[in-house]
Design a protein around this ligand. Structure first.
Ligand code: FE2
Length: 334
């Protein structure tokens, strides 16, 4: 490099520094265009009721929150296009999501994940241990009259005559995603527990004679039928006032999920937010359940959404009064 070129660069240095400084200041002041999710607030991103006419209502559920600096997406609604639309209208930057909790494998909580993965493909996803969505399958292909196997040539025997009990490590619906299937309740970061339950109301049933085709997955029910309750995850976060529990659809029963949360966290329940799945219940059943939540489980506040149902919205509101928090689409619960 000759001397004149060196002199030119030297003279330009202040300009370069100024431009860099200006750029950094501008970048900080420039509105990001996205909403900042504040610590402790829960925003409903997908639901069939709400006040904001700019958002698109649909039956399904999704919410987003921030806990100890981590942005957590819980469920993703029924329709990826509507999920994308509502997130954009609400100025939610899904690329900032640290991890996702999917409550269960029903379409109305799940399909927006396809949109999320298109813009944030490596995001960590916690999913219930559900073999119909990708969890490893412990499988028993032994069948009956075991010795019959030996009369067959090896090329007609499973795995050339190898063991007939094995685990199928399937790729699942979310192939190549950063997904973890959660079998039992556990703390995934300080103060945040995933609560794993399974539904006695709804699940996967196998009524083939003799053995269930999936060993270990199905518990003996009655007669020859073996069944597996639908696995479901809820998310419980510790605060100084007790646990903030987010539920998706409560197919396990909202009371059973709360009981498991109290057992696992050994803490009181400050708030239950999400779908309580009380639509099927009549007035007496609804009143009994609300009584249980309030008096047996000492739930302080409720923020029902999604599948809770009109009757339960009304009766929960009558019962919890000021401790009933409105949680429709687009609302922010603090
Ligand atoms: Fe649901």
């Amino acid at each position: 490099m000759n001397y004149s070129r060196f002199k030119l660069i030297f003279r330009l240095l202040p300009v370069i520094f100024f431009l860099q400084y200006f750029n950094s200041v501008y970048a900080q002041k420039k509105p990001a265009g996205f909403k900042e999710i504040k610590e402790g607030e829960i925003i409903n991103l997908y639901d069939a009721f709400g006040k904001d006419s700019m958002l698109k209502k649909d039956f399904g559920f999704s919410c987003i929150t921030k806990f100890h600096g981590k942005i957590i997406l819980f469920d993703a609604g029924s329709n990826a296009d509507l999920f994308k639309y509502n997130c954009k209208k609400l100025a939610i930057d899904l690329r900032k999501v640290d991890f996702v909790v999917v409550s269960h494998g029903h379409f109305d909580h799940l399909n927006g994940i396809d949109y999320l993965l298109s813009i944030h493909p490596k995001v960590k996803i916690y999913f219930p241990y559900d073999i119909f969505w990708g969890a490893p399958v412990p499988f028993d292909a032994t069948g009956q009259e075991i010795s019959c196997k030996d009369s067959l040539p090896s090329y007609q025997q499973y795995f050339d005559g190898g063991p007939t009990k094995f685990t199928i490590h399937q790729s699942g619906r979310f192939w190549n995603s950063n997904i973890e299937f959660v079998k039992s309740s556990r703390e995934i970061m300080p103060g945040l527990h995933l609560i794993a339950t399974s539904s006695s109301y709804m699940g996967y049933f196998s009524c083939y004679p003799n053995k269930s085709f999936v060993e270990g997955q199905f518990n003996q029910a009655k007669d020859e039928c073996k069944q597996s309750g639908l696995p479901e995850l809820s998310c419980s976060m510790k605060t100084e006032n007790g646990q903030i529990l987010i539920v998706g659809c409560s197919h396990t029963g909202i009371d059973n999920i709360i009981a498991e949360t109290r057992k696992i966290t050994e803490d009181k329940i400050d708030l239950v937010y999400g779908g309580f799945h009380m639509i099927p219940f009549d007035r007496k059943q609804t009143i009994d359940l609300i009584f249980k939540l309030k008096n047996e489980f000492m739930v302080k506040r409720v923020a029902p959404a999604h599948c809770t149902g009109h009757l339960a919205f009304k009766l929960l509101q009558d019962s919890f009064e000021k401790n009933y928090l409105y949680a429709g689409l687009g609302s922010v619960v603090k």
